[in-house]
Design a protein around this ligand. Structure first.
Ligand SMILES: CC(=O)N[C@H]1[C@@H](OP(=O)(O)OP(=O)(O)OC[C@H]2O[C@@H](n3ccc(=O)[nH]c3=O)[C@H](O)[C@@H]2O)O[C@H](CO)[C@@H](O)[C@@H]1O
Length: 364
């Protein structure tokens, strides 16, 4: 049995893979602690999931990946390093796993300074800032994509992105969501908060592209997960369209099980779920994502044949035609197979195995 510390925080994209790995380690009889920012989202999620948590201060080393950091943030980062070092020095875990994001930095760098083995998980197709600082001294970097920009040679091991490996029958999923089984289902999912840029244009673009919800390849319905705070803006604009449903937040397992095609941002969480469910995606990368990593994610999926990139400034002009092309049966089948070929099934298990392979053996 090993003591494992999982260092994570900041956004769901960094936290949920850590939670999945922690659960798998517990199942195997190991001890785990989540290490993150005091008062961060990770502290709340750890409590909900009943996982032990240790909080330290954390600070951003750069503003959105560019520019100089705020000196107060640097001070917090420095204090976090001292606090994490003290904690790890006492606990002496067999391995520390870093999931990226500024909140994971104190745990990973202080583990490396104490010669505790570290393994990283990079969720995006471009190595994030925290991971760049830690990759050279890490034992290995588990990756969600086959090729990662900025990764030192010989460190990467493709494990995939941990996702909820649950699937519903299409008919059951459609019934749960109150959707019509006779229509193809187009899911719009902008990320956990929705996407203002997609919300602003897609209702009108799709109204024009799919008159009465009809396409040359059969009737289509839209399920638009627009984000809770945008619902009062989006819902009235589609209230007269019986084939267009706007929801603040949808049950992701049901939505992906029902979908035949999706329009998404290019966060790895959503893209990995799309692959698990075999759903082709028209991806609109978030231009403001740190160091434009979503464009790297989207290009990787596009290269696999499972999706198509439409940059944000071209959504109004190009999305309608792209949807009509992708509902054509032959194109949809090809993209569906390419999506399934990217399945992240087993990612949690593979990452856990990688972590344990580098854990220091306890003295007999
Ligand atoms: C803005 C930003 O920088 N986002 C990053 C963040 O993703 P972030 O966590 O913001 O977004 P993702 O697309 O990765 O995941 C969104 C998650 O929300 C769920 N969902 C969404 C809407 C809904 O109605 N119901 C629902 O359940 C989706 O199923 C998915 O699991 O971390 C990811 C992994 O490091 C990165 O790839 C993303 O680029």
């Amino acid at each position: 049995m090993s003591e494992v510390v999982l260092s994570t925080g900041g956004t769901g994209g960094h936290i949920y893979p850590a939670v999945a790995t922690a659960r798998e380690l517990l199942k195997l009889g190991h001890r785990v602690t989540l290490l993150g920012q005091l008062g961060g989202m990770e502290e709340r999620i750890a409590a909900e999931q009943q996982l032990p948590f240790f909080g330290v201060q954390a600070g951003k080393l750069a503003r959105s990946g560019q520019g100089r950091a705020d000196p107060r943030e640097l001070l917090r980062a420095g204090r976090g390093l001292i606090e994490a070092r003290r904690f790890l020095g006492r606990l002496r875990p067999a391995v520390v796993v870093g999931f990226g994001g500024f909140a994971s930095l104190p745990g990973v760098l202080s583990a490396q300074s104490l010669n505790i083995p570290t393994v990283l998980h990079e969720q995006n197709a471009r190595l994030g800032l925290t991971q760049r600082l830690a990759a050279r001294r890490a034992k290995a970097v588990g990756t969600a994509y086959p090729t990662i920009a900025g990764l030192p040679a010989g460190k990467g091991v493709l494990v995939g992105m941990p996702v909820r490996e649950e699937r519903l029958e299409r008919a059951e999923a459609l019934a749960r969501l109150g959707l019509d089984p006779q229509r193809l289902t187009l899911l719009i999912m902008g990320g956990s908060q929705g996407s203002l840029a997609l919300n602003n244009v897609l209702p009108e673009v799709l109204r024009a592209a799919l008159p009465n919800g009809e396409s040359p390849h059969g009737p289509v319905q839209v399920l638009h997960a627009c984000g809770q705070r945008w619902l009062s803006n989006v819902a009235p604009r589609v209230a007269d369209l019986p084939w267009y449903t706007a929801e603040g937040y949808v049950d992701a397992v049901a939505a992906w099980s029902a979908a035949d095609l999706a329009i998404t941002r290019a966060g790895t969480g959503a893209l990995a779920e799309a692959a698990f469910h075999g759903v082709p995606t028209l991806m609109v990368p978030l231009p403001e994502s740190a160091e434009n990593h979503q464009l790297f994610n989207a290009r990787a999926v596009e290269a696999s044949g499972a999706g198509q990139v439409i940059e944000q400034q071209h959504v109004s002009a190009q999305m309608g035609a792209a949807v009509l092309e992708c509902v054509a049966p032959q194109r949809r089948r090809t993209m569906h197979s390419a999506a399934l070929a990217r399945t992240p099934a087993g990612a949690t298990r593979r990452l856990t195995e990688l972590v344990l392979a580098h854990a220091r053996q306890e003295a007999p």
